[in-house]
Design a protein around this ligand. Structure first.
Ligand SMILES: *Cc1c(COP(=O)(O)O)cnc(C)c1O
Length: 397
């Protein structure tokens, strides 16, 4: 079948909730994707910051194939070997005491919200607790996660959402302080806002919210679903700031393609007990085999080291585009989570890049998001910049 046939068939049967790009992807190899016509694309989007190890990593594939032969699923009523291994590795890498595996990032946020409410409930027995989240944040699409997502456009048609949520201005500590009251049970933020346009938190802001939480015995929750897993130059972004939350959510690159997330917490926030929370699939043997192998490969392939080395090179090149092209106004980000700020619609550039065989994504209307696999080399950066320059030149015509 031609690409058009596949796309028509998909559109005939799928619920139309995405405006998809007009390509049908068939396979991936290293940091390249191929469509069904055999066209090759350099991938600097990594399935939205998921494919940290690139595509078709042999060791990763072998681990998954072996686990398929052994056991895919048993439910959380029993123990299994991968769950024991993956939970230890995630706890060690993240610096937290307790792990709950989920099927997605959204579901990890749900768990974090329930943790915050239970923590406060255990203190005063009340059920009127409030959470402070940030404007321009993104935490997912379920009703709970949507309720803490600071984007009124996503929320409007689905109200009433869960109650007791207020929104502060990101990086404005006074705006957070103004919202804290005796009902507040948690402050939730992304250390580097992703979907909202790639905005890194300042160190002062992170330190400030930590102090505020300590002073009021409020849980600090970091959503590291996008910025975690080495992308920003430390295994988790909080480590780069030296500001540790009480609860952290994780997903995207945690499974490097297998759908899995987690919320992790320090002992003091380990308040959920049997009966409070559960999931059929969450952290099943197949998902945990992926997580376990991902952590092994992060070590053996020195992923975080590579991020720190290559991001200096990439960001230097991106900065030179700001000088060179009138339509590029600036760059923001941390590590290999970067945004190029345009004075034109970002999607126009994404479409031009796709013609050139380069996959990029947007973050908001005027920011092009650059979240490549974490295994990229200088050669890949050079190739990307060459394609990006051609695309930018086309955009300025
Ligand atoms: C992607 C994302 C989510 C939602 O994760 P899903 O796996 O799509 O449910 C939540 N928070 C952040 C910061 C994200 O980037």
């Amino acid at each position: 079948m031609s690409m058009n046939n596949y796309m028509e068939q998909a559109e005939q049967y799928l619920l139309h909730t995405y405006n998809r790009y007009q390509i049908v992807l068939e396979k991936g190899e290293g940091v390249y994707l191929y469509d069904t016509n055999g066209k090759k694309y350099l991938d600097f989007a990594a399935g939205i910051a998921v494919n940290a190890l690139g595509y078709s990593n042999e060791e990763y594939k072998t681990a998954l194939k072996n686990q398929i032969d052994l056991l895919m699923h048993t439910s959380n009523l029993y123990y299994n070997v991968p769950m024991a291994e993956a939970s230890k590795k995630l706890a060690k890498a993240s610096g937290f005491d307790r792990v709950f595996f989920t099927n997605s990032g959204t579901e990890a946020i749900e768990g974090a919200i329930k943790t915050a409410r239970k923590y406060a409930f255990n203190k005063d027995g009340k059920t009127d607790h409030e959470i402070i989240a940030m404007k321009h944040s993104f935490h997912g699409r379920s009703l709970g996660a949507l309720s803490v997502t600071g984007n009124p456009h996503y929320q409007e048609a689905f109200k009433p959402l869960i109650g007791g949520i207020s929104f502060a201005d990101f990086n404005d500590l006074d705006s957070v302080k103004a919202l804290v009251n005796e009902k507040t049970c948690a402050i939730l933020l992304e250390p580097i806002q992703g979907e909202g346009g790639i905005y890194p938190a300042t160190k002062e802001f992170m330190e400030g919210v930590r102090k505020l939480c300590d002073a009021h015995d409020i849980l600090l929750i970091f959503d590291e679903i996008q910025c975690g897993m080495g992308r920003c130059g430390s295994m988790f972004a909080w480590q780069g700031y030296g500001v540790k939350p009480d609860v952290m959510t994780c997903a995207k690159a945690l499974g490097c393609g297998v759908p899995v997330g987690a919320f992790v917490m320090s002992q003091k926030a380990a308040v959920l007990v049997p009966g409070d929370h559960g999931t059929t699939y969450g952290g099943n043997p197949f998902a945990c085999a992926a997580v376990s192998k991902v952590f092994d490969l992060y070590e053996s392939e020195n992923i975080v080291e590579n991020v720190n080395k290559i991001s200096v090179y990439l960001n230097d090149k991106l900065d030179s585009l700001v000088e060179k092209f009138d339509c590029v106004e600036g760059r923001r980000g941390k590590g290999l989570m970067q945004g190029l700020i345009l004075n034109k619609p970002a999607n126009d550039l994404v479409l031009k890049a796709m013609e050139q065989g380069l996959i990029l994504i947007t973050a908001g209307t005027n920011v092009v998001r650059i979240v490549p696999p974490l295994v990229i080399t200088k050669e890949h950066v050079n190739e990307m910049i060459e394609k990006l320059e051609k695309s930018l030149a086309g955009l300025q015509e």
